[in-house]
Write a protein that binds this ligand. Structure first.
Ligand code: AMP
Length: 113
């Protein structure tokens, strides 16, 4: 999608600190980290958010979680991290290309704000 920030990051048109890439997923450091580890994982194929997902998206949604778990292992944060999808403006979603936040490396509180 031409006017999407995360599509441009995936395409390398906007710089990012890449953490992981394969044919389906691109992961990079969040520019405004909320914890020592804060990585965004995005499907390379543009789709807006979980509220727009269809049954065919099940594989990529599960795969994003598995890549997050792999990065969590590599970062040594398996004693506690969160994977978070903000869905819709009231959740705080500000970029409308689905992205999974991987947040860890510090103690967390519940419920989230
Ligand atoms: P959300 O609020 O769930 O839509 O998350 C969007 C996230 O994208 C925020 O955590 C931002 O800090 C992050 N972000 C925005 N622009 C960039 C960028 N150019 N590079 C890396 N992260 C970004």
């Amino acid at each position: 999608m031409t006017d999407c920030l995360f599509c441009k990051i995936v395409e390398g048109k906007i710089p990012s600190k890449k953490v992981y890439e394969d044919d389906k997923v691109f992961a990079f450091e969040d520019v405004n980290p909320q914890a020592p580890t804060h990585i965004l994982l995005v499907p390379k194929r543009h789709f807006e958010g979980l509220n727009k997902a269809v049954p065919e998206d099940a594989e990529i949604l599960g795969y994003l979680q598995l890549v997050a778990a792999k990065i969590g292992r590599e970062r040594g944060i398996e004693d506690g991290y969160r994977t978070v999808l903000n869905v819709g403006p009231r959740s705080g979603q500000s970029v409308f290309h689905l992205h999974l936040h991987l947040i860890g490396g510090r103690d967390m509180t519940w419920p989230p704000g």
